[in-house]
Design a protein around this ligand. Sequence first.
Ligand SMILES: [Fe+2]
Ligand SMILES: [Fe+2]
Length: 175
Amino acid sequence: MAPAHTQTSTSRRRAAQRRASAAGQSALVMLKADHKAVADLAERFEKARAPQKKPIAATICKELTIHATIEEEIFYPALRQVADEQLEELLNEAQVEHQSVKDLVAQIEDMLHGSGDEGMFEARVKVLAEYVKHHVREEEREMFPLVRDTDIDLKALGDRLARRKEELKRQLQAH
Ligand SMILES: [Fe+2]
Ligand SMILES: [Fe+2]
């Protein structure tokens, strides 16, 4: 067991991190908010009547594209720099899962821009939502706790993620 003073400083550090998170600035808080937004959209898709499903699916695809991009460009590489073996493995899995998500997003976007079988459209969005749910659970329950134990400046990382997110949003809106 760790000596008492170590435990105290660890719990102080954790409390400080929790306070930082509560301010809504940390990378993890921001990414979790993205996860929640997509989960809410998936629920809306599920409940929506047929004519509303396509615009909701389009928003889900856009949000996921932005989220996956900022994680792949900024978040995951920052973690790789400090990752131990366990975190490294989770990052590899996450990258593979992102590829599956992006493939499905591409298929759904193709259907949104063309015609396609309505039944397959719904099935694809539902499967996408399941994939994302699984992936998010791994990030939030397995990856993020390991990230909290690193020395990464989560506030600075959050700022970088937020800046890139805004940039991507503007780019996607322009199209
Ligand atoms: Fe991810
Ligand atoms: Fe994520």
